[in-house]
Every structure is written in C-alpha cells, then in structure tokens.
Design a protein around this ligand. Structure first.
Ligand SMILES: *Cc1c(COP(=O)(O)O)cnc(C)c1O
Length: 360
C-alpha cells in the first residue's frame, strides 16, 4: 500500500505529521549544510544545541510553561518515570495514586518499592470504563504528591478535569499532551513518552518544577535524578538526538496548524464523530462512559471476539490500520492523536456504517 492509501490508528508509536517526515527525509543526508546527518553530529555541537533549544522553546511557548519549570528531554520512555518520580519526590513517605488503567497501575506498583502508596481511587471494578470524580478521591493528609494518568491509552478514558489536591500534582500525559490547554503551573511534574503525540519512541519529555529538585533518595541513579538533569541541561549523557530533532519538526507542524487550541478543536471533531456513531450503533459498542471518554483513544467492541476480528481485518483491507485493541482490553481501539487527519476519522465512520449494515 502507498502512504496516501492508509490511515494509521496505531496507539504508539503512531502516525506523525507528514510535513515533519518530509523535512526529515529532505535533510537526512545533509543537515543544514553541515555535510552530515543530524544523527551523525555531536550532541555537544552548537548545531545540535540549536535543535535542542529550539524544541524546548517551542514546547515552552505552546504549553505556556512558566519559568519555575524546567523542560527535560530524556531517555527511558514513560515507564522509566514510574520509578524516577518516587525516587525523586517520595522521600520514603506516602503518595496518593489514582489507578484508572494499566499504566497508572504499573506506576503505583513501582512507587511501592520506594515508600507507601495510597490508592486514592481505582476504577478496576468496572473495567476502567470511567474516571473518578473529585469527590471520590480519597486523599491522604501527608501525601508527598498525587499521581494520575491523564489519558488511559488502553481503556480509552481521559480526565476532563485537573484534580484539586493539597499535595504536588504529578501527571502522566503520554497520550494526550499537546491536545488540550493545560495550566502547567498547577503541576509539580508532567511527563510524556513522545511516541504518541510528539516524536518517535525513545524520548520522554519531563516538565518539572525546579523547586522539587534535590529531594531524591540517596540510591537514585544519577541518570534518573531531576536535579542532575536540570544541572546538565538533559545532557548528563547522550540525549536521544534524532527524537529531539523529530520533536522540533513536529512542534513546527503544531504551530503552523494553530497550536494547542487548534489541536483541541480537531480532536473533538475526530472523536466526536466516532462516539456519535458508536452511541447509535446496534453492532459496535463504546467502552468508556460519557464524561470520561478519551479524545485520543476510542475503544469499542462488538458482541463477539470473532466479529471483532472481522472488523479489524476488513478495516485493514481498506487501509484503516492497527485498530485491534490492546490484549488486556480486547475489542477495538482507534487511536486518533493530533497527527490523525479528520479525514481518517471520517473514513473509519464510513467503514463502521458499512460494517453495521452487513452485520445487523
Ligand atoms: C504508552 C504509554 C506509557 C508507556 O510508555 P513507554 O514509553 O513505552 O514506557 C505510559 N503511559 C501512557 C499513558 C502511555 O500511553
């Protein structure tokens, strides 16, 4: 298949803006007249530092990151932050965790190695089909921080509010960063694996309040210490140079398209048409409850695993790719991140309509 015959609904790594890929292709062999690829230049060179600073500045402007907060561009994926957060912020004390899906559950398990984890809420009993309300959050008085995952990539639920807590907010925004306006000043720490909405896999963006740095446990590896990474400008060691370059190009695209506000409008259009169809379908059923639904990952299923498989197969034959749900959730999942054109969601709804007629 050709690229123009395909919409890629993969959950991550996922579809990227075509303009970013084209620029990267054009600059692949000779980056800005250096005679070298961006992959071949030193991370300590002025040329690469320009790329690094450019990506950070664009992100700072797009997200309105205040001067109190540092932007770190790190390796290790989102999963590394499951450990880095308690190692840096827990100080052997207690933290509140909201468990609303697989990744927050893993983060809570990891944090338990370094202190006391208090489960402030869990949506496990109903198969993670919703987000707890503020009133349902059972907050501990002495918590060092409150941890939550803004968008549950696997189950397709998303927090539509920022929790009110007395303690520091720490949030996994891996799968919805840059899709909504966020008041960064409310957060002690925001992090995101880049491979959903920002860049290829291998880069993790961490936005951390500098006032929280320096509290790490003595056993914290240097590579995981926020203080060290702030002091070294994310370059204690070689950063993921290629991914940072791709982040810079993706942010160019976000800016050109109208910034985070435009991303927010477009996501509502894409997800809106999918949920509209699902709410009226007799064959395809949405997983997440209204009010808790993700704008980035739309999860649904038929009444049987066989029919689910037929849906995924028929979609792939039409170039609608990677719609199979995560193995722990089953069913289907359409990941419609920032770079997914509205036409992709339209094409999927068209297919859903035909599927419904054939299987009603
Ligand atoms: C994908 C994802 C992760 C895991 O990311 P890795 O970079 O593979 O560690 C964690 N949290 C969320 C919300 C995700 O979507």
């Amino acid at each position: 298949m050709n690229r123009d015959q395909v919409y890629n609904f993969a959950p991550g790594p996922s579809t990227m803006p075509e303009s970013a890929l084209k620029t990267a292709a054009a600059e692949m062999l000779n980056f800005r007249g250096s005679g070298m690829s961006v992959m071949e230049i030193s991370h300590r060179s002025a040329l690469f530092q320009e790329v690094f600073d450019s990506a950070c500045l664009k992100l700072r402007r797009l997200m309105n990151v205040p001067d109190t907060h540092e932007i770190l561009l790190l390796q290790g994926g989102a999963t590394t932050q499951f450990a880095a957060i308690p190692m840096n912020l827990l100080e052997g004390g207690t933290a509140d965790y909201a468990v609303t899906g697989n990744f927050s559950n893993k983060a809570a398990e990891e944090a338990g190695k370094y202190g006391t984890v208090h489960i402030a809420a869990t949506t496990k009993p109903t198969g993670h089909d919703r987000i707890p309300t503020q009133a349902e959050l059972d907050l501990s008085p002495d918590a060092k921080y409150f941890y939550y995952c803004a968008n549950n990539t696997i189950y397709g639920t998303e927090w539509q509010y920022v929790p009110e807590t007395a303690s520091t907010l720490a949030c996994d925004m891996s799968s919805d960063i840059l899709s909504r306006e966020v008041d960064v000043s409310k957060f002690g720490l925001i992090y995101a694996g880049a491979q959903k909405n920002m860049a290829p896999a291998g880069l993790t963006v961490v936005i951390v309040d500098k006032r929280l740095a320096g509290r790490e446990l003595p056993i914290t590896p240097k590579i995981l210490s926020y203080r060290t990474m702030i002091e070294t400008g994310s370059m204690l060691n070689t950063p993921p140079c290629w991914c940072i370059y791709m982040l810079d190009l993706t942010l160019d695209w976000v800016i050109k398209e109208g910034g985070v506000k435009a991303m927010d409008e477009r996501k509502r259009e894409r997800a809106g048409m999918l949920y509209d169809f699902l709410d009226n379908s007799k064959v395809l059923h949405p997983h997440a409850l209204p009010g808790s639904r993700s704008f980035m990952n739309v999860t649904f299923r038929t009444d049987s695993p066989e029919l689910d498989a037929a849906f995924v197969k028929g979609a792939a034959e039409r170039g609608l790719l990677n719609l199979k749900g995560h193995k722990i959730a089953g069913g289907m999942r359409a990941s419609v991140y920032n770079a997914m054109p509205v036409e992709g969601a339209k094409a999927l709804v068209e297919y859903m309509k035909e599927f419904e007629v054939r299987n009603a």
